[in-house]
Design a protein around this ligand. Sequence first.
Ligand code: NAI
Length: 400
Amino acid sequence: MIIEPVINGVVARTAHPLGCEESVLRQINYVKHAKPITLGPKRVLIIGGSSGFGLAARIALAFGGSKSDTISVSFERGPSEKGVGTAGYYNNIFFKKYAEAEGRIAVNIHGDAFSKECKAEVVEAIETYFEGEVDLVIYSVAAGVRPNSETGEMLRTAIKPTGESVSGAIISLEDDTWHEVTLTPATEQESEDTIKIMGGEDWENWVDALINVESIANGCKTIAFSYVGPEITHPIYLDGTLGRAKIDLHQTSHSLNLKLANFGGGAYATVCKALVTKASVFIPGLSPYLIALYKVMKAQGKHEGCIEQMQRLFSDKLYGNQRIPVDFERLIRMDDWELDASTQQEVSALLDQMNSDNFKQLGDYQGFKKAFMQLNGFGYESIDYTQPFNLEDFIPEESD
Ligand code: NAI
């Protein structure tokens, strides 16, 4: 079949396997030529390793100097009569192909990270492939839903402000249009549900499960990703439901740090840069900021994607250092370049002028859209998208 891009609003409904392979290969190529990770972890578990920061972390660790073996958990869909499947599904397949070709262990586990069954399956994989222990646990889940463990009822992430309504713009990637929206404040229940899904609880459950089965190696570290952003984004992010969840995650990092200290290790919330991913384009009001940020950081020569962020995290901050550099709240800051005063001054001047008529000229909308298309395997010049592609070989088996 010929696979064409189908976008509904900010959601990609199709993905191209060849483009996903290209995306994985480009990231591998980047880390092979970047500053290498020294004294890195050998056995890594990534929860949410099929796209965005989790996939980039997996690639950086496997190919960027430390030659790590990896087990990754993700929630993706393969091809079926319902559709071609998700980009993350193909990313998993191609990561495994290239990692194994270089002698790495690369295990993909498909499942719901929040469930006990998935945790049990991972513990078994750690026994089988890692001789029972992990050296690093990365928590990189961005989820819209989570079943309530007691009732089974589905909880949903609500991306909303708290306290007061907030106005902002959404940019539809389907037809490149700008829409002003006003978001009403979240109810207490919506805030709580969002904290349950995007806060620290499940991260802690994972680490507890690994401690219980004695799978934490001496010196084991764990990280989870957060976002803070400049003041202009606070009404929708830091002061909203997602920000409350992230603050919960920061607090969890402290309790996990105490637990892992018993093993000579540590836990860190890692604040990353705002980037186009499957998850971030969902956040109303963030897209104008992203296109202004991309424009300014590219012009300043400081733009990074997920892979650059992750390689810098592991080579400069988390490994090879006597002490891990953290701020006064014990956060690792990978958003240091984003929040640089000169960058933020230019971004905010640009945002002041940006509107529905000029956003494509003033902001880096082309770069934003290209990044989104490439996340889903489209928009690579090297690929002839007019050629039919056979999905037969990619139909999911019971396990891979
Ligand atoms: P993403 O959408 O690219 O990746 C999310 C991952 O979570 C995927 O591997 C997906 O399969 C997995 N996942 C979702 N639900 C799952 C479930 N129930 N069970 C197992 N796996 C599941 O998202 P992105 O942006 O890489 O987000 C990862 C983390 O980074 C999130 O905590 C996010 O808040 C944080 N972050 C993102 C920033 C951004 O601008 N994109 C900035 C700073 C932090």
